[in-house]
Design a protein around this ligand. Structure first.
Ligand SMILES: [Zn+2]
Length: 499
């Protein structure tokens, strides 16, 4: 019997707004792997706060984590949490407030620095969301609009979050060889300047050239910790990740939001520039000085044969799900960039990708192992199920994969250590003093698993197979998994910061 697993990197933000029967349908695989608490609002991508003017941009940026049936009827961050509470939640949920929707409210979807008034509005809204129960703020520095923020903006927002005792989570600005260490340096610098506690989400190295950098990243964070920066981090136990296709394109092409991006894709001259840059451009630091620069060129680092289409909404491109962009190009008789760009136009910019080549690839996971061994890193899934396309297999298997594959089969880390990094370590990050441990006075979030048989069964080809060896899951003392039986009910609580 272990404490229930606490997933610091969930993107189930919109799933929990649906009625319980839909949550049950979408989240069964997550509950069945032993997850009893999820942290939402990661990577600067979130669905609250929301206003009539920002809603369409937020909807498009969130398209890749949005199941059918979402009504987008909340406004403030407080009203989003109230919505989850009124709806009832299958497991416990805590949330960060994402920088993306806050920035859209303060200054729209444009690139560039906020004016003084805009920065003040951004800071005020950040602090308000933390006071309403957010555990901190998250930055997504490779996604629109977070990628347009410079370090000064981040420091200002981080100070506002810290004023409400929240922490700051980073999807770092670049994790390919060119900017890996500068981007890690930036998040440490924000911690130093804002005097706030920072969290490095899904530590990773993107593309083969970056893989040898993993130990350097860990070393620089350990040095920062010795200097007194409060810094925590987490890792996804796979060498592929799932995200929006928009992350492939140059940041300038997303200036103004997804609608502007689609307009640029329709302009042959601008489109040619995007194509040229994605083929050739080398990232630079800092990215906000000069024209047309960005911090990570994923397509160039990983290659079109390592990027797969995971999900599209429209019927027209359904048969391209599971294909690499290179293969979609062959099918459409186009080069990969043209094929993907046409597909994005057809899908209004909403498409999900799986990228292989993250701290390893299909042939090796060696670069991932130092991350799995590091005692500082929590284990997370960063995988979601919206009932469409092909989810990342971590949505059913992330935690059992560590316990079965990396603990039992390969002995990369010990069993107790793995459990600690799924339970008490993330509980401490969230300041949850009554969860993440089995002891008197703690909430009965529990998972009963068999260390001899626990295993992930989900694969990239067949991602919806439930994990094996997880026999019981209890959320706040209520049994939601009992052997084969799944008993969905409103067993979870909304966990507000400091409540
Ligand atoms: Zn992320």
């Amino acid at each position: 019997m272990a404490p229930g697993f606490i997933d610091l990197h969930s993107h189930s933000d919109l799933c929990f707004t649906l009625p319980l029967r839909d949550q049950a349908r979408l989240l069964e695989g997550r509950v069945r792997q032993g997850i009893t608490t999820e942290l939402l609002g990661n990577c600067g991508i979130g669905c609250a706060p929301l206003s009539p003017t920002t809603r369409s941009d937020v909807e498009r940026v969130c398209g890749f984590i949005t199941p059918d049936g979402v009504d987008w009827s909340w406004g403030s961050f407080a009203s989003y949490l109230a919505r989850l509470e009124a709806q009832g939640v299958l497991v416990n949920v805590a949330s960060l407030v994402a920088h993306g929707p806050l920035r859209l409210m303060a200054m729209g979807a444009r690139a560039g620095r906020p004016g003084a008034d805009e920065q003040r509005a951004l800071d005020r809204m950040t602090r308000q969301a933390v006071e309403e129960g957010a555990h901190g703020v998250s930055f997504g520095l490779i996604y629109p609009p977070g990628q347009f923020a410079d370090t000064d903006e981040l420091v200002s927002v981080a100070k506002a979050a810290a004023a409400g005792s929240g922490f700051v989570a980073f999807h770092q600005r670049g994790s390919s060889r060119d900017t890996l260490l500068q981007a890690v340096g930036e998040l440490i610098e924000v911690g130093r300047l804002a005097r706030t506690s920072v969290h490095h989400s899904h530590v990773e190295t993107v593309g083969r050239r970056a893989w040898p950098g993993t130990p350097e990243v860990l070393a620089s964070e350990e040095a920062a910790a010795r200097d007194g920066i409060e810094i925590t981090a987490d890792v996804i136990p796979y060498t592929a990740v799932c995200t929006t296709m928009l992350a492939l394109y140059p940041p300038w092409s997303l200036d103004g939001g997804v609608a502007s991006f689609l307009e640029r894709l329709r302009d042959p001259a601008i489109r040619a520039r995007m194509k040229r840059e994605m083929a050739e451009s080398s990232p630079v630091w800092p990215p906000w000085e000069g024209e047309g620069r960005w911090t990570m060129n994923i397509a160039r680092e990983c290659g079109w044969d390592h990027i797969r289409l995971a999900h599209v909404d429209g019927a027209r491109n359904k048969d391209c799900e599971q294909l690499t962009v290179a293969a979609i190009g062959r099918r459409r008789g186009q080069d990969p960039f043209e094929a993907l760009s046409d597909l994005l136009l057809e899908e209004s910019g909403v498409a999900t990708q799986l990228i292989f080549g993250i701290s390893g690839d299909e042939t090796t996971d060696e670069p991932l192992l130092p991350l799995l061994r590091s005692p500082r890193l929590a284990i997370v899934s960063d995988a979601w199920e919206i009932g469409k396309g092909f989810p990342h297999p971590g949505a059913c298997g992330a935690f059992p994969r560590v316990l079965g594959h990396y603990v039992r089969e390969r002995r990369i880390l010990g069993l107790e250590e793995a459990v600690r990094r799924m339970t008490s370590l993330p509980a401490d990050r969230l300041g949850l003093s009554d969860r993440g441990r089995v002891r008197a006075g703690c909430r009965a979030d529990l998972v009963l698993f068999d260390p001899r048989t626990v295993a992930d069964r989900s694969t990239f080809a067949d991602p919806r197979r439930f994990a094996a060896g997880i026999d019981e899951v209890l959320v706040n003392g209520r049994r939601v998994v009992a052997g084969r039986e799944f008993r969905p009910q409103a067993a979870g609580r909304v966990l507000r910061r400091g409540a």
